[in-house]
Design a protein around this ligand. Structure first.
Ligand SMILES: [Zn+2]
Length: 255
């Protein structure tokens, strides 16, 4: 059992790691290398930032992939964020970035080059420090696209570029990989091969089901939450047992 955290935010260093270290919990932190290097900030954060700057006037905006009505009330903010997030998640990576740029242009919002404080990445020095203390720093691509929504060449560059950067900054050690988004649609055979080619020892997805927990390049993960009961269910194995039981029950029912 291990605890994994994705993306590369600063609060892993300031909040999570001191606790994991104190209790000796095996952990992997999957980082988006372009984010840590300061070349980009993650698109869901850009979306959130843009939505906070939505015009106060009453209007409907056609942003290509979706329409949005302003002003956004405080009550509607989270649901609008998740609605648009889901649409962008399914879009082609290039279309998605273009849509965010057009949103910024239409609303005359300047997107800062570096992420604002709330969305800050961890630094390479902090990663080095945590690695020396026992953390595994894993790969999570260079720019965090869904690997199934970019060209084959881009997917290859995202995976190999990430591996090379980690090796350059943190040394040549065995690491695992985490597919961005991580649903069954976000990784296919070819991308799995790129992950192997890049030298990653294994890879994790972002869902759990009743089987295949030991599939080396698609290792399942149980999601946690701030709800302690859900957390205990996941780490104790009860959740997995429940999934297996339900499957067994279905199989015997239809035999
Ligand atoms: Zn991620």
């Amino acid at each position: 059992m291990a605890i994994t955290v994705d993306d590369g935010y600063q609060d892993f260093y300031s909040i999570a790691w001191p606790i994991l270290k104190k209790y000796g919990v095996p952990a992997t932190f999957y980082v988006t290398t372009g984010f840590v290097s300061g070349d980009l900030w993650l698109w869901p954060d850009q979306l959130r930032y843009l939505l906070t700057k939505a015009p106060q006037s009453q209007a409907t905006f056609d942003l290509g992939l979706f329409h949005i009505q302003t002003p956004l009330s405080t009550d509607a903010f989270e649901s609008e964020f998740w609605r648009v997030n889901q649409i962008l998640l399914m879009a082609d990576d290039a279309d998605k970035l273009q849509c965010l740029a057009s949103m910024a242009r239409t609303w005359k919002v300047e997107l800062p080059k570096r992420p604002p404080e709330a969305f800050k990445p961890v630094t390479w020095d902090q990663l080095k420090e945590m690695q020396a203390e026992g953390l595994e720093v894993g790969g999570h691509t260079v720019t965090h696209p869904s690997l199934a929504r970019v060209s084959s060449e881009q997917a290859r560059n995202e995976i190999l570029g990430c591996g090379k950067m980690l090796e350059k900054m943190l040394g040549n050690v065995t690491r695992s990989f985490c597919y961005p988004n991580g649903t069954p649609d976000d990784f296919v055979g070819e991308q799995v091969q790129f992950v192997k080619d890049a030298g990653f020892s294994c890879a994790v997805v972002a869902f759990a089901d009743d089987g295949e927990h030991h599939q080396r390049y698609a290792m399942r993960r149980h999601s946690s939450s701030s709800d302690q009961f859900q957390f205990l269910k996941a780490v104790s194995g009860i959740e997995l047992l429940g999934m297996k039981f339900r499957r067994h029950h279905l199989e015997t029912r239809y035999e």
